[in-house]
Design a protein around this ligand. Sequence first.
Ligand code: NAP
Length: 251
Amino acid sequence: MTGVLVVTGASRGIGAATAKLAARKGWSVVVNYLGDQAAANAVTADIIDSGGAALSVKGDVSDPAGVEAIFRAADSLGPLAGLVNNAGVVDQPARVEDMTAERLARMFAINITGSFLCAGAAIRRMSTRQGGAGGAIVNVASAASKLGSPGLFVDYAASKGAIDTFTIGLALEVAAEGIRVNAVRPGVIDTEIHASGGMPDRARDIAGSTPLGRAGTADEVARAVLWLLSDEASYSTGSFVTVSGGRALTP
Ligand code: NAP
C-alpha cells in the first residue's frame, strides 16, 4: 500500500529520513514543519529531484488550525493513506519540582495533543466507516516511556507513555475500520533534538551504555516506520517496534 502520507515534523531528524524513504517507496509525502521552512523545502526538493511527489506545509500540530492546514495540503495530493505522528519536543534537563506549568503545557500539547489531533484528521479521511479506503498510522514513541528519564525530563518520558497508551487504544478503536495503528520506540538517535534539550553530545555520550555500542541513526528508525506503514505489516496493529540498540527492552 502507498498513497498520500503525512509526516509531521519532517524538516529534520527522524521525520526527514522517514519522508525521504517513504517517497523512495512510492508514497506522496506531506513534509510538515513548524519553524524551519528552508530545511523542509530542502527535504521536499530532494524528493522531487529523485522523481517523487512531495510538498512542505507549515503547521503547528498542537493547533487545530495548523492541523487543518496540514491535511488540506494532503487532500491536494490525493486520498490520504498514512500518517506518521513524528513531531515532538524535549526541554532542558530539570527535576519535576522545577518544571513550570508553561513547560508542561507546551510539552504535552505538542507531544500528546498534536498526535491526537493529527490522528483525528487522518481517521476522518481514512476510516471505512466514514467512506475512506483505510490506511496506517505510525506513532513515534520513545524508549524514555520505559526508562522514565529521571533528573532529565520525566515530563517528556510521561508524554511518550501517553503515546504508548494512545497507540493501543486507537489501534483497537479503529481496527474494524481498515486502519492499523502502531508505534516505533526509538532509543537515543543521533539527531538535533538533543541539542535542543541542552545535551548536544548525548548521542556520543550514550554509546558506551548502549548494548549495541552506539546511538542509532534517523534512517534506522525510518526503516521501521516504513515497515509498519507497509502491507508487510498487515497483521500488526497496536504493536511496538523498539529501535534502541538494546536499551529499555521492557515490553
Ligand atoms: P528533531 O530533530 O528535534 O526534529 C523535530 C521536528 O519536529 C522538526 O522537524 C520540527 O520542525 C518539528 N516540530 C517541533 N515542534 C513542532 C510542532 N509543534 N508542530 C509541527 N512540527 C514540529 O527531533 P527527532 O530527534 O527527529 O525526533 C522526532 C521524534 O522522535 C520526536 O517525537 C521525538 O520525541 C522522537 N524520539 C527521538 C529520539 C532521539 O533520540 N532523537 C528518541 C526517541 C524518540 P521545525 O524544525 O521546522 O521547527
